[in-house]
Write a protein that binds this ligand. Structure first.
Ligand code: PLP
Length: 386
């Protein structure tokens, strides 16, 4: 049975062009990019080409990009660098809805004696920027706010947030893993000092990512070793994946520049179709400020895990904010922070599309969902009718 893949915020399929770009470095071109010989030199050049392609996606300069192993490493590197470069500053500001790559790093630093302010969000998933202004003080080492949330899809006003941090002389980092390749991402427009990207969220391989570091930003490496990445990240480069990441960045840049709105239209079709056919359905997150590929929707008094299991029988892949499927004991920290009622959090499903999603896939889901929700609700001990 064909896979209907609507879990693109978790990971994406590799683009064919990316695989082609990687193959030479998995076969013939295995030289070490740091070597003196010509054989290694051509591998080195491919890394520099990728650096230009990634930089171009976010309107940065190539020397402002370092390659890392994953989005998590980029996030950890950015935050750790800020703390190491200003050891006298002991305060971090972030939000309650960050990805665990930022959130759990901050919690760990909290246990090591740092003070952490977690900004809250409202029902729509929006931040209160007055809260940010109040939290900023002379002890603040870094502000880190994601560009868009991976669960709700809500986009944050990064330029405004960065300006507030900057006006107080505090560096600003944004996790743009969920926006790169989906909406325009421009480091000078957003005015950020550091930005994280991840390859596998934008049709490149798993295990490659990038961190943008604005020229002039104080920086301390997280992975200390050889002179790779101009001493900013040790370790022999993941050459094949980096080559593919460059190609993925170029594809992403062309996609965003084309203004192609097909993903948004399919997402909106899915959203409207589900609202029309499934009673007790409600959309989570600011409907006006969302990345175009994401739909987080709750079916009250139904278990999200049960929905996913039923969808899985049709080979439909999605994810849920309820506890078990997310691999943790607690239901989604994002939906909880937004004040979504527990009955709705437990019945939440996230559909995330990509530019490879077909109309037939959306129609298939719209055909299968209403009876699934109806059946499960009949089994629900809480409610028979909505
Ligand atoms: C997936 C994701 C990450 C982590 O990226 P990895 O490459 O999987 O480590 C960080 N932030 C956000 C918003 C993500 O969606």
């Amino acid at each position: 049975m064909k896979v209907v893949y609507l879990d693109n915020n978790a990971t994406t399929r590799m683009a064919d062009e990316v695989r082609e770009a990687m193959l030479p470095y998995l076969t013939d071109l295995y030289g070490n990019p740091s070597s003196m010989h010509t054989f290694g030199g051509q591998v080195h050049r491919s890394i520099e080409t990728s650096r230009e392609q990634v930089a171009s996606l976010i309107n940065a300069e190539p020397d402002e990009i370092i390659f890392t192993s994953c989005g998590t490493e980029s996030d950890n590197t950015a935050l750790m660098s800020a703390l190491l470069s200003r050891p006298d500053k002991r305060h971090i500001i972030t939000t309650r809805v960050e990805h665990p790559a930022v959130l759990n790093f901050c919690k760990a630093m909290g246990r090591r004696g740092y003070r952490v302010t977690y900004l809250s969000v409202n029902k729509l998933g929006r931040l209160d920027l007055d809260e940010l202004d109040e939290a900023l003080d002379d002890d603040t080492a870094i502000v880190s706010v994601m560009h868009a949330n991976n669960e709700s899809g809500v986009i944050f006003p990064i330029r405004n947030i960065a300006e507030r941090a900057r006006s107080r002389g505090v560096p600003f980092h944004t996790d743009a893993v969920q926006t790169a390749g989906k909406i325009p991402v421009d480091v000078s427009d957003l005015n950020c000092d550091m930005m994280s990207l991840s390859g596998h969220k934008m049709h490149a391989a798993k295990g490659v990512a990038a961190l943008y570091i604005r020229r002039g930003t104080r920086f301390a490496p997280y992975i200390i070793g050889g002179h790779q990445e101009k001493g900013r990240r040790g370790g022999t480069e993941n050459v094949a994946s980096i080559a593919g990441f460059g190609t993925a960045s170029e594809l992403a840049r062309n996609h965003v520049a084309s203004g192609d709105d097909a993903v948004r239209q399919l997402r909106d079709r899915l959203q409207q179709g589900l609202l029309d056919t499934c009673p007790g359905a409600l959309v989570n997150g600011d409907p006006l400020n969302r990345i175009p590929n994401t739909l987080n929707i709750s079916f009250e008094y139904v278990e999200g895990e049960a929905i996913l299991l039923r969808l899985n029988e049709y080979n439909i892949c999605a994810s849920s904010g309820s506890a078990c499927t997310s691999g943790s004991l607690e239901p989604s920290h994002v939906l909880r922070s937004m004040g979504v009622p527990f009955t709705a959090i437990h019945g939440s499903v996230r559909f995330s599309l990509s530019r490879y999603t077909g109309e037939d896939e959306i129609e298939f889901v719209l055909e299968k969902m209403p009876p699934v929700i109806r059946d499960l609700r009949e089994l629900s001990p809480y409610v028979k009718e909505i």
